[in-house]
Design a protein around this ligand. Structure first.
Ligand code: SF4
Ligand code: SF4
Length: 118
């Protein structure tokens, strides 16, 4: 007699019965699967930002890279070892960069309302 585990493994590998003229599960496209690295570049996910966006003050920024480390969307732009801006195509407006920036007396990144110049 098969155990529950063997039964589950067996049914997972058995093809589902397919009705004539209808597509089976093997014909369905893959969903929720990232099939190639770096595919996020092709999507402007910043379109659904929170309603706030970060503004960088390059005069205050020391390029310590703390914001670059913390940004969950890799949206801090760095060139030649210096922070040069924000990638608004991918920034979600979470505010972590502004909260973690150690520049004093004011952070070098502040959050402003979308459309506001700061
Ligand atoms: S955390 Fe602040 S000071 Fe450091 S690189 Fe980012 S913006 Fe510049
Ligand atoms: S607001 Fe969030 S997503 Fe946008 S740059 Fe800052 S840490 Fe990254």
């Amino acid at each position: 007699m098969r155990t529950d585990e063997e039964e589950r493994a067996g049914s997972a590998s058995r093809p589902m019965p397919e009705k004539e003229g209808k597509r089976g599960w093997r014909d369905l496209p893959l969903g929720a699967v990232v099939t190639e690295a770096g595919s996020a570049r092709a999507y402007v996910t910043g379109e659904w930002r929170s309603g706030q966006r970060p503004l960088l003050d390059t005069n205050r920024c020391t390029s310590c890279m703390i914001c670059w480390v913390y940004c969950p969307d890799a949206a801090i732009k760095v060139e030649g070892g210096k922070v040069v801006g924000i990638d608004y195509d991918h920034c979600k407006g979470c505010g972590i960069c502004a909260a973690e920036c150690p520049a004093r007396p004011e952070a070098a990144i502040k959050m402003v309302a979308e459309g506001e110049e700061g």
